[in-house]
Design a protein around this ligand. Structure first.
Ligand code: CMP
Length: 226
């Protein structure tokens, strides 16, 4: 894929003229990272917008005791790091690669200049920020009103719908997520997720092999959300 085609595939850049896309390809940098590599930490200065061309990145709130809360997982076509660029404050969370990833980087002044020239990009940013706020509201709601088995079932279905392959009433999720990652996504301990996975496997609702998690019966898993 050439650089122009690559930019055309990114939702944030939809609606740009060919000249603007061409200009973006000239000013963006590329960064390749390994799985587990930290892109930035909460509290650091933010000077760059990141767009994922290939790979997976988790956005994490760290705690002083070493625990983590995974706010969201981003994949190809998603952008992150816009908050510090828009409000001039430090990074609001850590960003860590989950899979080997290839990222496109845009510096702050280029990003702000690009926004002032492109109404469609401003709307794309607002729309993404609204979607993220909604998802965070859901996370808060679930943490307040659902128990761990229900939260975990909901998260597995969401992961399957976002990153998995569906076939009938089954879904396959192939990602380097550890039990700790799964626990950090639903605000539970690794032990409680280990126990819940064992229950789900014993009931035949999910199966695990290496990085592949298979939901064998989506309807049965959904019944656990209440
Ligand atoms: P920034 O604050 O620059 O660095 C961390 C990034 O994580 C932030 O920009 C957003 O891109 C992203 N981020 C922070 N909080 C959330 C959230 N609740 N949902 C989705 N993405 C977030």
């Amino acid at each position: 894929m050439d650089a122009l085609e690559l930019v055309s595939h990114i939702p944030l850049f939809k609606g740009l003229s060919v000249q603007d896309k061409q200009r973006l390809t000239e000013i963006m940098r590329i960064q390749k990272v390994r799985a587990g590599e930290v892109l930035f930490r909460k509290g650091s200065e933010g000077t760059t917008l990141y767009i994922i061309q290939e790979g997976v990145v988790k956005i994490v709130l760290p705690s002083r005791l070493g625990d983590e809360m995974i706010l969201t997982i981003f994949s190809a076509g998603d952008f992150f790091g816009e908050m510090a660029l828009l409000d001039g404050k430090p990074r609001s969370a850590d960003a860590i690669a989950v899979e080997p990833s290839r990222l496109l980087l845009l510096n702050r002044s280029d990003f702000l200049h690009f926004l002032t020239r492109n109404e469609s990009a401003i709307i794309a940013i607002f729309s993404a920020l609204s979607a993220r706020l909604r998802k965070t509201d859901d996370l808060l709601e679930d943490a307040s009103f659902l128990n761990i088995p229900a939260r975990f079932a909901k998260k597995l279905i969401e992961l399957g719908e976002t990153f998995g392959k569906r076939s009938g009433d089954t879904m396959e999720i192939s990602m380097r997520l550890t039990q700790k990652d799964l626990a950090d996504m639903v605000g539970a301990t690794r032990e409680s997720i280990n126990k819940e996975l064992r229950v789900l496997r014993e009931k035949g609702i999910v199966s695990l092999s290496g990085n592949l998690l298979k939901i064998n019966d989506i309807s049965l898993l959904k019944r656990r959300i209440r």
